[in-house]
Design a protein around this ligand. Sequence first.
Ligand code: B12
Ligand code: SF4
Length: 469
Amino acid sequence: MQTVQAETITAPFATTSVSPEDILQQLVRQQKTRKKWLIVQPMSTTSMMVDSSSVSMPLNLIMVATVAGRLFDITFIDERIGDRIPDDLSPFDVVAVTSRSLNASKAYAIGDAALRQGKIVLLGGVHPTMLHQEAGEHCTSVIYGEIESIWTELATDILQGTMKPLYRALELKPMSDMHRPDFSYALASKRSKKYSSRIPILATKGCPVGCNFCTTPTIYGKNYRYRELDLVLDEMRYHQERLGKKSANFSFMDDNISFRPKYFLTLLEEMSKLGIHWNANISMNFLDKPEVAELAGRSGCDLLSIGFETLNPETIKSVHKGSNKIGNYEKVVNNLHQNGIAIQGYFMFGFDNDTEESFQLTYDFIMKNRIEFPVFSLVTPFPGTPYFDEMKPRIRHFDWDKYDTYHYMFEPTGMSGETLLKNFVKLQQEVYKGRAIMKRMQGKPFNWVWLANFMMNRFTNRLSPEIYM
Ligand code: B12
Ligand code: SF4
C-alpha cells in the first residue's frame, strides 16, 4: 500500500491555477443530492468494563462529523450508549468507523459488513493509523491521523469516486483552522443522557515527551500544536450559554495540556475568570511548583489525571518518561491537594524491573498520599510504538480485544506471570477495601470520585488472576 500525497490531486476542470479547495467546492456545487454518511463509534468486545457505565462524548467522531457534515448528511451511531447499526446500509453512501486497539476487531467486522453491501468504508483512529495495512483489509480507505489535515483530498475523492487505500497528510494543519466541534451530532441520540455530563474540549495536540509505550509521539512526532486561547475560551462560553449555567464541566482531551508552560498558565489565568470546572490529563513536570497548582485550583480544576506509572526510577528511565521525577511525586500530590484538586493516578505493572516489592511500594505511596482515584493497568505494548517493536517476540497474543491494558501481555523478567497477576489483584482489592477508601477519601467533597470508589470496591471484589489472561 502506498502513501498518497496531497499533491497527487489533478484538476479535472479547465484552469491550471485552481487550488484543491476550489476543485472541491466545484464538485460540491455539482452534487445533486448530498451523500449520506453513517459514522460509528464501536463498542469494544473486551471482557473488562472499559465501555460500561457513563462514557464520555466521543470528541474524535464529533470532529469527524463536524468536518464531514458541512458537505454531507450525517447519521451518528455510538454503540457504547446502546445505538444500533442498521443491518441494511442501503440509505448510506459512506460508512466511517473509528477504532482504538481494544475495539479494532469490532470496527473491522462493521467494515467487512459495509464492504459486502458495496459502501465506501473509511477506518480512522489510532489503531488503523498504526496498522494501516491490516486495517486496509476491512475498508476502502484508511485515514492516517486526524481527518482535518487530509479533508480536502478525501472529500474530493469521495465526490469523484476515486478512492485511494490510504490518506495521509504531508503536513498537519494549524489547530486554528479546525472547526468548533458540533455536539448536536452526539446529542441527537435519544440515549445521549448516558453520556457523562463533562464536555470534551481540546486546547492542544501532541506530546513530545516521547514515552516509548505511547502512540502519540509516533503519530504526531515532536509536533505540539495549540489553539488560540480565544477559540478555547469562546467554546467554553458557548457551552455555558447552551447549558444556561456558569459552572459547566469540561474535560480536556489533550495528550498533555501543560507541555508549553506559558500557554498553559495563560489558559489557567483566563479560565479562572469563567467560573467553570475542568479536568485533564497532565504530565507532572511543573506541578511541583506550588503557584501552578494554586492557579489550577483557582481556575476550576477539580481533578487531574497523572501517569505516575511506577515508583521505580529504573523503569521510568527505561520507558523514556523524562517528565516524571520520582523525588517530586509527593510534592506534586501535596500541591494539588492543598488546592482542592483530586488525583486520578495511573500505575502500571508488568515491567521487567518490577518485583513483588513494587506492589507494596505503590500501595504505601497511594495510602500515604491519599490518592483519590488510583487506576491500575498492565503494561501493554501498543502496535506502532517503539515498545511494541521491542517486546514483539515476547508478546503472548495479538488478539486486539485484549489490548485494553487489563490483560497479561508478556512475562516480566523479575517475577512469574502468576506472581504478577496475584499481586496485581491483591493490590487493587487492598486499595479499594472499604477501610482503605475511607482513609483516602475522608473529608473530601462528596462527588463522583466517591462514587467511582464505591464502584471500584464492588468491581475489585470480583477480580481474580484468571480475568487478566
Ligand atoms: C483523552 C483520552 C482518553 C479519555 C477519553 C477517551 C474518549 N472517550 O474519547 C479517557 C481518559 C477516558 C481515556 C481512556 C482510555 N484510553 Co485514552 N486517550 C486519550 C487521548 C489522550 C486523546 C484522545 C482524543 O480524544 N483526542 C482528541 C481527538 C479529537 O483526536 P483523535 O482521537 O486523534 O481523533 C482524530 C483522528 O484520530 C481522526 N479520526 C479518529 N477516528 C476517525 C474515524 C474516521 C472514519 C476518520 C476519517 C478519522 C478519524 O480524526 C479525529 C479528529 O481529528 C489519546 C491519545 C491520542 N492522541 O489519541 C489516548 C489513547 C486513545 N488512550 C489509550 C488508552 C490505552 C486508553 C485506556 C485503555 C486507558 C486505561 N487503562 O483506562 C482507556 C480506554 C477507554 C476506551 N473505552 O476507549 C491509547 C490507545 C492505544 C491504542 N492503540 O488503542 C491512546 C492512544 C494513548 C496511548 N497510550 O497511546 N482516554
Ligand atoms: S507524557 Fe503521556 S502523552 Fe506524552 S508521550 Fe508520555 S504517555 Fe504519551
